[in-house]
Design a protein around this ligand. Structure first.
Ligand SMILES: [Zn+2]
Ligand SMILES: [Zn+2]
Length: 250
């Protein structure tokens, strides 16, 4: 009896399946074999969620990169080193002694270097989007979203940093972005400007500063480097902070 019932249902199922229209499925979740695609990285919902992660991780990578570069330049090396001393390290020393000098730099002086770093990749991306076929574009989409946000936030890092030192005349929408910690807030960045400038190095959004401080990321890294190289962290930065103007009376 039950076998008959099952058979009847099965036949009916087959008929329904055969004679009905396929249901509208804009996400494409039922168009594939349920076993290997429905639940997994190819699931449309999973793809959409993954694309959200790639956006956040592009911004987090930019923030972390800003921390690494800033920490490296603040902590190691000296202004009298050949090539990088004057060109790369000097502005970092100056920024600790005269934090608002950055607000007197124009757009090009503030952002030129970071824009220059990202432009080649953005051009390459524009080329790929122009000349690749749809399938390749879809396949690369998530990684390109990640790279695009990384590039945008890297190129804007010094501008965000400059705004965090700007106390007058900021556009309203910038202060809203700061207030909601979408970009580096003023109060948050001020923690870095407390002598000896040994924490809160991330200056894009500053999202990673608290977690990195919680695991003592920078101090542990410095201990490791000091142990193997013998170099003292911030010795040059400290020397510049100690400088006094010699006044001669004749
Ligand atoms: Zn600094
Ligand atoms: Zn600063």
């Amino acid at each position: 009896m039950s076998n008959n019932m099952e058979e009847e249902f099965s036949n009916e199922d087959i008929l329904v399946d055969k004679n009905s229209m396929p249901e509208d499925d804009p996400n494409g979740n039922t168009l594939h074999d349920a076993h290997d695609i429905r639940w997994g990285p190819q699931h449309a919902g999973a793809k959409l969620l993954a694309s959200q992660y790639t956006k956040v991780s592009g911004i987090l990578t930019a923030d972390f990169a800003s921390g690494i570069v800033h920490w490296g330049a603040d902590t190691w090396g000296a202004v009298d080193m050949p090539i990088i001393g004057r060109n790369f390290l000097r502005p970092f020393r100056e920024h600790h002694i005269d934090p608002t000098s950055i607000t007197r730099h124009d757009f090009i002086e503030t952002n030129g270097d970071n824009f220059a770093v990202t432009i080649p990749y953005l051009l390459y991306m524009a080329y790929k989007f122009t000349y690749s076929n749809d399938i390749d574009i879809r396949r690369l989409y998530n990684i390109e979203v990640y790279m695009f946000l990384l590039a945008i936030f890297v190129s804007m890092t010094n501008q965000f940093h400059k705004w965090s030192h700007t106390y007058f005349g900021l556009p309203f929408y910038i202060s809203v972005l700061q207030r909601y910690h979408i970009i580096l807030p003023r109060k948050h960045h001020r923690i870095h400007h407390v002598v000896p400038h040994d924490t809160y190095f991330c200056i894009t959004t500053g999202w990673l500063n608290r977690p990195l401080e919680a695991i003592q990321f920078w101090s542990r890294l410095e201990l490791l480097i000091e142990k193997y190289s013998g170099a003292k962290p911030r010795s040059d930065d400290f020397a510049w902070a100690q400088k006094t103007e010699k006044v001669h009376f004749e």
